[in-house]
Ligand binder design. Sequence first.
Ligand SMILES: O=C(O)CNC(=O)[C@H](CS)NC(=O)CCC(=O)C(=O)O
Length: 270
Amino acid sequence: MKSYLAAAIQMTSQPDLEKNLIEAEELIDLAVRQGAELVCLPENFAFMGEEQDKITQAEAIAQKTEKFLHRMAQRFQVTILGGGFPILVEGTQKVYNTALLIDPNGKELARYYKVHLFDVNVPDGNTYRESSTVMAGKELPPVYHSDTLGTLGLSVCYDVRFPELYRYLAQQGAEVLFVPAAFTAYTGKDHWQVLLQARAIENTAYVIAPAQTGNHYGLRHTHGHAMIIDPWGMVLADAGDQPGVAVAEIDPARLAQVRRQMPSLEHRVF
Ligand SMILES: O=C(O)CNC(=O)[C@H](CS)NC(=O)CCC(=O)C(=O)O
C-alpha cells in the first residue's frame, strides 16, 4: 500500500439517468484533476427517483451504469466505486442495490448487494420501504486486497447502522471502508457524521463516504456532507451541502501509527 488521494463525490441525482451520468463524469473529472486515484460515487448516483420509475427503467439503468463505470475507470485510469445502483434480480420485479468496484483496466474487483434495507418511517413524515423494490443481498460484503490502495471493504448507506458488518470487514483486513450513501436530511443531521466517525474509530480504518445532497424529487431531501475520515476519527475532508468532491490523503503510515497508538482491534475478546 502506498500513500494516495481518494475522492468522495457528492451529487444531487435526479430521476434522469443520462443527466446523472453526465454530472457524475464531470465530478469524476474534477476529482482526477485534484489528483485522486480512487474515486467513489454515492448511492443512487445514476438514478434517484420514485421506486416504481426505478423498476420500470431498471434494465437500462443497470446496463448503462455498469458500462459507464468501466468506461470512466479506463478513460481516467483510476479505480472507481459505483456506490449503489439497481440491477434486476432474474425472474423477479426487484433489484439488488449494487455497489461495484472497478480498476483502471475496467476489470471488476468487487461487487456487493446491499444487505440492510431502509424500511423506516422517518419522523419528518417520509416513509421509506426500500424492500418493496429491492431484494436484500444475502452475503456479507467483500473486501478487495489492493497492493497499491490497501484493503478495501464495501458497504452501502443504511449498513452504517450495523457495526457488526464493519467489524467483519476489519477482521478480513479492511483498512479503508466505503460507505456510499443517500442519507435523509432528517436522520443525517443528527446521525451521519457520528456513525461514520464511530465506524472509523472502532475499526481504526479510513472511511470514505460519498453522499447525495439537496432536493431530488418530491419531498426527498438528502443530507450531503460527503466525507473522508481518518483512522483516528478526524474528518479530513467534507463536501458541505453542494455537489462537489471531498478529497483527502489515504496514508499507510498514518494508519500504522493509529493502530500502534490505539491497538483496540488486537484487544477484541468476542
Ligand atoms: O431517499 C431516497 O429516495 C433514496 N434512498 C435510498 O435509496 C436509500 C434506501 S431508501 N437510503 C438509505 O438507505 C438512507 C438511510 C438513512 O437515511 C438512515 O439510515 O438514516
